[in-house]
Design a protein around this ligand. Structure first.
Ligand code: F6R
Length: 366
C-alpha cells in the first residue's frame, strides 16, 4: 500500500506532480485564460462585490491560508484576513452578510475549524470550504466549496494536501480576478499556461534528493533550526519549520526574514542552521542581505534557490535548486525540498515519520 516507499509521507511527497494535476483537472483552460470552479459557481456574482474575505484554518492548512492571502490580494485585489480557527471562534469577531469566509481543512473534521464556521454562519457570512476528504463534516457545513482531490493522506504530517490547498487557493484567486476584472485575459492566459506546467516543475524539484540528504546529514543533530522567507516565501518558511518540528522533534521556527533583526538574530552562532527561501523574485536582493547577516555570525546557511543562481551560491553553505517560475507559484515549488529535508532528518534520527508522537491525523477535540 506504500507503493514501494518506506513511509507514507515519502510516497505522498512523491505523489505531488499527480495530485496537483488532479486538483487542476477540468478547472483550468489556459488557452482561453479561463478558470472554472463548479463548486462555487452559484456565488460568482457575489464575488464581484465582496469587500473582504476571512480565511480560517489550523496548522498546515492555516499556512496555506497565508499563501491564499498573498494570492487573493495580489490578483483579485480583495482584502483578506487569515485567522487561526481556535482564536477566531473564541473572540467576538466582526462578521456581516457581506463577508465570505473560506475554511481550509484536509480532514474536514477539525473541531476548531467547524466551530469557527458555525459562528460565521450564524452571523450571516457565506462559507466556502477547501477540503480533501469528500463528504466529511466541514463540506457538509459550508454553503459551497472546492475539493482539493489530493487523494487519501495517511502520513500525519500534511504534504500533498498542503500543496493541493495552495493550488485551489491559486485557482480561487484567479477565478475571483476573472469575475472582478482585475486580471486581463492575456495575463490569465500567461499565468494559467505556467500553472499547467507546475506539476512537471515539481517533478524536477523532487530530483534534488541527493543534496537534500547531504544537508540532512549535516544538520540532523542540531537542537534548533530557523526558516526565513519574505513575501509568499514567509508562509513557506512557517510550513518548513512545522514539518521539521513535528516529525523530527527539532525545535524550529519560521520567521519573515526581515524580522530576524528584531530578535531571532540573537540566536545565531556556528551551530544554528538557517534555511532561506532565496529564489529569484521581487525580494531576492533583500534576502541576500539577510543571508549576509547570518553568515557574518557564522550560521549555517541552507538556501532554496532558483536553478542557475549565482549570487546566493557565493554565500550559502548549501544550495538546493528549484525550477524558475512566476512568483505566484513559488510556494508550490519551494515547499517540496523542505518536505524532503524534514523527512530525511526524521528518518536519520530514527523517528516514527508517519505517526509522530502526540499528534493525530484529525483533531476532533478543541
Ligand atoms: C501538520 C498537520 C496539522 C494539520 C491541522 C489541521 O502537518 O497535519 O497541523 O494541518 O491539524 O488539520 P486539517 O487540515 O485536517 O483541518
Amino acid at each position: 500500500e506504500k507503493g514501494g516507499y518506506e513511509h507514507f509521507m515519502l510516497k505522498e511527497i512523491y505523489e505531488q506532480p499527480r495530485s496537483i494535476k488532479d486538483c487542476m483537472r477540468g478547472r483550468i483552460y489556459p488557452q482561453e485564460g479561463k478558470v472554472q470552479l463548479g463548486g462555487i459557481k452559484e456565488f460568482a456574482d457575489k464575488l464581484k462585490n465582496i469587500d473582504r474575505i476571512i480565511i480560517v484554518a489550523c496548522g498546515t492548512s492555516w499556512h496555506a491560508g497565508l499563501v491564499g492571502e498573498y494570492l487573493i490580494e495580489e490578483y483579485a485585489r480583495i482584502p483578506v484576513e487569515v485567522e487561526y480557527a481556535s482564536e477566531f471562534r473564541y473572540r467576538n469577531p466582526i462578521i456581516t452578510e457581506k463577508d465570505v469566509v473560506i475554511a481550509i481543512s484536509q480532514s474536514g473534521e477539525t473541531a476548531d475549524t467547524m466551530a469557527a464556521i458555525e459562528m460565521a454562519k450564524e452571523k450571516g457570512a457565506t462559507i466556502f470550504g477547501i477540503c480533501n476528504v469528500a463528504g466529511a463534516s466541514i463540506p457538509r457545513l459550508t454553503h459551497a466549496g472546492v475539493y482539493t482531490h489530493a487523494g487519501p493522506e495517511i502520513g500525519v504530517a500534511s504534504t500533498k494536501a498542503f500543496t493541493a490547498q495552495v493550488t485551489v487557493l491559486t485557482l480561487m484567486a484567479f477565478y475571483m480576478a476573472q469575475q472582478r476584472g482585475t486580471l486581463t485575459t492575456s495575463k490569465l492566459i500567461e499565468l494559467l499556461t505556467e500553472l499547467d506546467h507546475i506539476p512537471e516543475k515539481i517533478q524536477i524539484a523532487l530530483e534534488s534528493d541527493d543534496i537534500i540528504k547531504k544537508v540532512a546529514e549535516k544538520i540532523k543533530d542540531s537542537k534548533n533550526c530557523l526558516f526565513l522567507g519574505r513575501g509568499s516565501g514567509f508562509p513557506v518558511a512557517l510550513e518548513g519549520a512545522l514539518k521539521l518540528k513535528e516529525i523530527s522533534y527539532i525545535h524550529a521556527e519560521g520567521y519573515p526574514a526581515a524580522e530576524m533583526k528584531h530578535g531571532p538574530i540573537a540566536l545565531i552562532d556556528e551551530e544554528m542552521p538557517v534555511v532561506f527561501i532565496a529564489t529569484q523574485n521581487s525580494s531576492y536582493e533583500k534576502v541576500i542581505s539577510n543571508i549576509q547577516e547570518v553568515k557574518a555570525r557564522k550560521g549555517i546557511v541552507i538556501a532554496i534557490v532558483t536553478q542557475g543562481d549565482i549570487e546566493v551560491k557565493k554565500m550559502a553553505d548549501y544550495c538546493i535548486e528549484i525550477p524558475d517560475a512566476d512568483e505566484a507559484f513559488l510556494p508550490l515549488l519551494a515547499t517540496i525540498p523542505l518536505q524532503l529535508l524534514s523527512y530525511h532528518i526524521a528518518v536519520m534520527r530514527g523517528c516514527n515519520v508517519d505517526q509522530p508522537r502526540n499528534l493525530a491525523k484529525s483533531v476532533t477535540v478543541e
